[in-house]
Design a binder for this molecule. Structure first.
Ligand SMILES: CC(C)(COP(=O)(O)OP(=O)(O)OC[C@H]1O[C@@H](n2cnc3c(N)ncnc32)[C@H](O)[C@@H]1OP(=O)(O)O)[C@@H](O)C(=O)NCCC(=O)NCCS
Length: 168
C-alpha cells in the first residue's frame, strides 16, 4: 500500500463530497444532518487555506481516499492560535493507519502555520476509531459535553480532546 499525502486541490471536491456525505447520512461522526454535496467544498477549502491553515488529502492508487484540515476553534481573535481538526476517510480506507498519517501531517503543518493548541470534538456513537486515533496522536481527554446534539432520534454528547502543538 502506498499512500500519498498532498494539499487539497479544486479538482478534489467531488471526492471530498462523496466521503463526507457518506458519514453525514450514515453516522454520528458529524452533527450535520443533510448531506451537503459538492457545493459547499470550494468555499470550505477557500476559508481554510485562505486563513493560512492546512487542508490535506490522502491518495491511494490515484484516488482521494481521505482528507483532514484544521480550522479556527472559535472565531474570536484571541483564539487565533487554537484550531480544531476534521478528518474523514472513505469507508474502504479505514483501519489501515491512513488516518494516523493524515492527522500527523495536518497537525505538523498547523504547528508550522502558528497553531499552538489543537482540539478534537468527537461525538458519541460510531467514533471509537476517532477517539483511538486522537489519543494515539497525543491528544488528552479534556472533558465531555452531554446531550448537545440530536441525530437519528437520540441525544448525543461530545468528548473534547486537546493536544499542545507548542514546542518545548
Ligand atoms: C477516524 C478515522 C479518521 C481513523 O482513521 P483510520 O485510518 O481508520 O485509523 P487507524 O487505522 O489508524 O486506527 C486508529 C485507531 O483506532 C482503532 N480502531 C479502528 N477502528 C476501531 C473501532 N471500530 N473500534 C475501536 N477502535 C478502532 C485502531 O485499532 C487504532 O488504534 P491504535 O492506533 O491504538 O491501534 C477513520 O476511521 C474515519 O474516517 N472514520 C469515520 C469518520 C470519523 O469518525 N471521523 C472523525 C470525526 S471526529
Amino acid at each position: 500500500m502506498s499512500v500519498g499525502l498532498r494539499p487539497v486541490g479544486r479538482g478534489d471536491v467531488d471526492a471530498l463530497a462523496r466521503i463526507y456525505d457518506h458519514y453525514v447520512a450514515t453516522s454520528t461522526a458529524t452533527f450535520e444532518l443533510d448531506p451537503p454535496g459538492a457545493g459547499m467544498w470550494p468555499e470550505k477549502i477557500a476559508a481554510v487555506t485562505g486563513g493560512g491553515w492546512p487542508f490535506h488529502v490522502a491518495v491511494l492508487d490515484d484516488d482521494v481516499v481521505g482528507y483532514a484540515y484544521v480550522a479556527p476553534w472559535r472565531t474570536r481573535p484571541a483564539y487565533a492560535h487554537t484550531v480544531e481538526d476534521a478528518i474523514y476517510l472513505a469507508p474502504g480506507a479505514t483501519g489501515r493507519g491512513i488516518g494516523g498519517l493524515l492527522l500527523g501531517s495536518v497537525l505538523e503543518a498547523a504547528a508550522a502555520a502558528g497553531a499552538r493548541e489543537a482540539i478534537a470534538v468527537v461525538a458519541d456513537g460510531d467514533t471509537a476509531a476517532s477517539l483511538a486515533l486522537h489519543r494515539r496522536a497525543g491528544f488528552a481527554d479534556a472533558g465531555r459535553l452531554e446531550r448537545v446534539g440530536r441525530k437519528f432520534d437520540r441525544w448525543l454528547g461530545t468528548t473534547l480532546l486537546q493536544k499542545s502543538l507548542a514546542g518545548p
